[in-house]
Write a protein that binds this ligand. Sequence first.
Ligand code: SF4
Length: 330
Amino acid sequence: NETLVSVENLGVRFAVKRGGGWGKASYLYAVDDVSFEIKRGETLAIVGESGSGKTTTALAVARLVEAYQGKVNLDGTDFLSLDDEASRLARAKMQFIFQDPYSSLNPRLRAEQIVREPLDSLSTMDEAEKKEIVDRLFAEVGLRPEQQRLFPHQFSGGQRQRIGIARALATQPDLIICDEAVSALDVAVQAQILNLLRKLQADLNLTYLFISHDLGVVQHMCDSIAVMYMGRVVEHGTRMDLFNNPLHPYTSALLSAVPSVDKARREATKRILIPGDPPDPVNLPAGCRFANRCPVAQDICRSQDPALRDVKGGHKVACHLVGEDAVSPL
Ligand code: SF4
């Protein structure tokens, strides 16, 4: 598959007010030198806890927050350097599905108007064509034609997420960014929505950037995974790489919290607890950002910042204790 999205050295920082005045600028580097690629028709999951920079990364990819450095190449176009009008058109090729479909759907509009809205603002189609597309989208996401007349509050959470998905599909995007798209739903409904997203991906050759704090949610959903911690990617590889051979201690800890359906694996996996809190993001430590919580930290970890490097056929990790043999230090 060809590469649809390529992100290089992306950086987002926010000026932070500290103490009595602005004085010397302090920055919070919410996204610090992040790079990845997504192939057309595939899914990359970015996983991390809140404050890891995963959502800010997604927003910067879509130009909804400003990056101070880096490049986003979208289907051959240098997206971040387009002028406003060109970027508005390009952004139609990139749509979001948000965590809370209720707050992202206008309560005063009928479902059919919500799904049609992106077509109204972006295309010159006539009403009959738009109606045909809306009818098809409702069918594709598993909603009944008569539900088009209802308002958001008349739907369940899962149904509202289906409306959000139909709206995201209206402009025939190449890339869909799912930001915690199923986190607000209960487990049974989560599974239905994930299945729907997978089916739509297969039918329409969609590409997903899937943002989640939960490795369990992404395990049946993605081709590759980037784990973020404190603004950085600390491990990046295929789903098999990460699930079968997690290398970064933080990834191992996240994975140990995922309930496995496989009994042997469940029994073999000890829950790894991560003590303490992340460091102050405005005043980062000199060495590894995970050092104060890492169960195997050494002296070198507290003085030298580990770079993300390829240790085995594209499996990348930022940890001093992982060598060329790609064995977890835990
Ligand atoms: Fe832990 Fe050191 Fe690896 Fe950081 S570099 S994850 S502190 S072992």
